[in-house]
Design a protein around this ligand. Structure first.
Ligand code: AMP
Length: 184
């Protein structure tokens, strides 16, 4: 079970990823959660990441790749994982391929969670996280379109991508996700 959830901010990766992780008994590994923990702990990594996060920009590839590499090496990730929010750039996708290659654990499937923009803005506004100011949200959506959306083609070309309609009822979306994973 090695799954990547790809989708715009507010597409429900966190909520659905947690459900999938408990359904399949593997950890959900969310780069955003790891970064927020680093910020809260005041570590050097957290201090480096904070400004980019507050502005809705991407934290540097090197920082995030190093952090994910460590996390994927932990014992609980050996039987699989649900990745949420990583990779977010081509450099990160290439680094992930290389890392999984080294570990002889290829990706099973990349799920593209599709939600329309109006629903996204509504969901983020309701969430109220520190980086959910209007300006940071707008920036995160622009960054997603520029830097993360090219990953759709990247994974499509590798035959790994499955689009899933992620609009509507939470349980219905979860059912569609499980169907997409099991059909692959
Ligand atoms: P998220 O919780 O996924 O919405 O991420 C919150 C913020 O953390 C993002 O707006 C970025 O600033 C940063 N972040 C999370 N994941 C990544 C990543 N894979 N690459 C770069 N920055 C990231």
């Amino acid at each position: 079970m090695k799954i990547v959830l790809l989708g715009a901010p507010g597409s429900g990766k966190g909520t659905q990823g947690a459900e999938l992780a408990s359904h399949y008994g593997v950890p959900k590994i969310a780069s955003g959660d790891l970064l927020r923990e680093a910020v809260a702990s005041g570590s050097e990594l957290g201090q480096k990441a904070k400004a980019a996060m507050d502005a809705g920009e991407l934290v540097s590839d090197d920082t995030v790749i190093g952090m994910i590499r460590e996390r994927l090496n932990e014992p609980d990730a050996q039987n699989g994982f649900i990745l949420d929010g990583f990779p977010r750039s081509l450099a990160q996708a290439e680094a992930l391929d290389q890392l999984l290659d080294e570990l002889s654990r290829p990706l099973q499937r990349v799920i593209h969670m599709q939600v329309d923009n109006e629903e996204i803005v509504g969901r983020l506004a309701a969430r109220g996280r520190a980086d959910d100011t209007e300006e940071a949200i707008r920036n995160r959506l622009a960054v997603f379109a520029e830097q993360t959306e090219p990953l759709v083609t990247y994974y499509e070309q590798r035959g790994l991508l499955t689009p899933v309609n992620a609009t509507g009822d939470i349980d219905a979306i979860q059912t569609r996700l499980i169907e997409a994973i099991e059909a692959a």
